[in-house]
Write a protein that binds this ligand. Structure first.
Ligand code: 3PG
Length: 208
């Protein structure tokens, strides 16, 4: 699972955190991001359309990794696996999720915001975490501090990150990739402005 996760996060330094409000947006949005250079899509379970979007994106875009975000229960994890998700991201960590993640067929990136949570996940075998909400939980300075006691633990920070900030995070040796919703602004999706989405992805990748 760790190898699978490494392959995924090393494919692209930026992970768009995507919320699908209208089912018909999923494919054009995914295509625009891919055209802009993105290779990982995180579809959050924040609307009822997420699982279908994952299935559709997997079928339409074999060149990208399609995963699920905002997974808070084991039931949601299993539903996402059934829908074809290739990885799971959780906002925080529960014992149930951490344990289930070790037995699953797809890798999980558990969410942490403190060293105690890192320690609990580490004890179970996790070596990479989502750091959320990154900017609120201490940002770049916190991750620098985390590398002291846990030099071999890696993070994907998300939460409050912008195009400008992404570069600072990615300069840290313990950051694998940076996630965020700045890559998929709601107004652009609502307007069906796929060209804008593609441009944001291109410019964000060029900026890092
Ligand atoms: C997430 O679940 O990772 C966050 O909602 C993304 O945070 P952002 O919207 O502040 O980028």
């Amino acid at each position: 699972l760790q190898k699978q996760l490494d392959a995924i996060v090393s494919s692209c330094p930026l992970v768009p955190v995507i919320t699908i409000d209208r089912p018909e947006d999923a494919l054009p949005l995914g295509k625009a991001l891919v055209e802009g250079g993105v290779r990982i899509l995180e579809i959050t379970l924040r609307t009822p359309h997420a699982l279908q979007a994952i299935t559709d994106l997997r079928a339409a875009l074999p060149e990208v990794w399609v995963g699920v975000g905002t997974v808070a229960t084991v039931e949601q994890f299993k539903a996402a696996e059934d829908a074809g998700a290739q990885f799971v991201i959780t906002p925080g960590s529960t014992k149930e999720l951490l344990e289930y993640g070790l037995t699953a067929k797809i890798p999980m990136l558990p969410g942490v915001s403190s060293l105690s949570e890192v320690m609990e996940g580490y004890r179970l075998g996790y070596r990479a975490f989502k750091f959320f909400p990154a900017e609120v939980a201490g940002g770049v300075s916190a991750l620098k501090a985390f590398s002291g006691p846990f030099p071999n633990v890696k993070f994907c920070p998300t939460g409050g990150i912008t195009r400008e900030k992404a570069k600072e995070y990615l300069a840290l040796p313990n950051v694998l990739a940076v996630g965020g919703s700045w890559l998929t602004p709601k107004d652009a999706i609502t307007a069906g402005d796929w060209r804008q989405i593609r441009t944001i992805a291109e410019e964000s990748l060029a900026a890092i």
